[in-house]
Write a protein that binds this ligand. Structure first.
Ligand code: ATR
Length: 291
């Protein structure tokens, strides 16, 4: 029931038509009994500032921000969460006095999904595959959680080097080392936690993994692939075939939204049964969008 007290949240993106967030966020509102609705807003790149100011003027309690506005939006915020600042990208705005505060719940979602999968980072050597936006959030998360070292493997090693420089600078530790993709053969012989952030293996090109050599996978004890479609990527199959444990990106997707919902509605918690319901809803939507 929408009435005069209904709080409004939304997502700004372009295109916005394919987002699953309204379905999920409105499910959380219904199940937690909060009088809030969540709607999609298509915003052109030149209108990001007007959208943020307009949202504040119209009393929106929060917004998600996605492609292509995750960096552009930062200029128009009143405050930035430390994580979002270090990562240099924002996907969630929370209304505060005088404007919005920016958060990066992609990174927080990854952390929560790793914890739920029983993955700990502290004092572990890590391999990070990829050096794009998703890699930056993952690298920062691994560094802050106390990884002993992060070896970045990327097709374009200069991009990996830029990322390593950034991470080493913000964390004040010489923790990340950039290597070319094929340099995996030079990695110290250890058992690693690996985070896969490249787009290789993502639907519809599901028959590929960023590294095909099965020897590489013997180094991996646990792995997270941030891809959520398909649910099991070829990368994950290779990890499992070599005796490692692999987790997909679906829970990261789920938790980034739940964390945003809980930021907008302080004191409200989305229970496990609702999370399970939301997970099934995502799977159903993904299946429908492919058929
Ligand atoms: P996102 O924001 O989702 O991380 P992105 O910034 O486009 O997306 O990054 C995509 C990542 O996948 C990059 O690390 C890219 O490697 P390059 O930096 O060398 O471009 C990686 N990637 C994409 N296609 C690839 C391929 N065929 N082989 C290896 N890496 C690939």
């Amino acid at each position: 029931m929408i009435d005069g007290r209904t709080k409004v949240c939304g997502i700004i993106a372009n295109p916005v038509e394919h987002t699953m967030s309204p379905l999920l966020q409105n499910l959380y509102a219904e199940r937690t009994g909060v009088n809030v609705i969540y709607v999609p807003f298509k915003v052109e790149s030149q209108d990001v500032e007007a959208a943020v100011r307009g949202a504040y003027a119209m009393n929106l309690v929060g917004m998600n921000v996605t492609v292509p506005h995750k960096q552009a939006v930062m200029k128009y915020l009143k405050e930035m969460d430390e994580n979002a600042m270090a990562i240099g990208a924002v996907n969630t705005l929370v209304r505060i006095d005088g404007g919005y505060k920016g958060y990066n719940t992609d990174a927080l979602g990854l952390l929560r999904s790793m914890k739920e999968a029983g993955i700990t980072v502290r004092n572990r050597p890590c391999i990070l595959l990829g050096a794009g936006g998703a890699a930056k959030a993952a690298a920062y998360t691994l560094a802050m959680e106390g990884a002993s070292a992060i070896y970045n493997l990327n097709r374009n090693p200069e991009r990996g080097q830029d990322l390593a420089n950034d991470i080493n600078q913000v964390t004040g530790r010489d923790i990340m080392k950039a290597m070319a993709l094929l340099d995996y053969k030079k990695l110290p012989a250890e058992r690693y936690l690996a985070v896969q952030t490249t787009s290789v293996g993502m639907y519809p090109d599901i028959n590929g993994a960023v590294i095909e050599d099965r020897e590489f996978y013997r180094l991996i004890e646990q792995a997270v692939d941030v891809i959520y479609t398909p649910a099991k990527t070829r990368f994950m199959s290779y990890v499992e075939a070599a005796g490692g444990q692999a987790t997909g990106g679906l829970d990261m997707l789920l938790y980034q939204g739940v964390i945003a919902y809980e930021l907008w509605n302080p004191g409200v918690k989305v229970e496990q049964a609702v999370l399970n319901e939301a997970r099934e809803l995502i799977k159903k939507q993904l299946k429908e969008s492919r058929s």
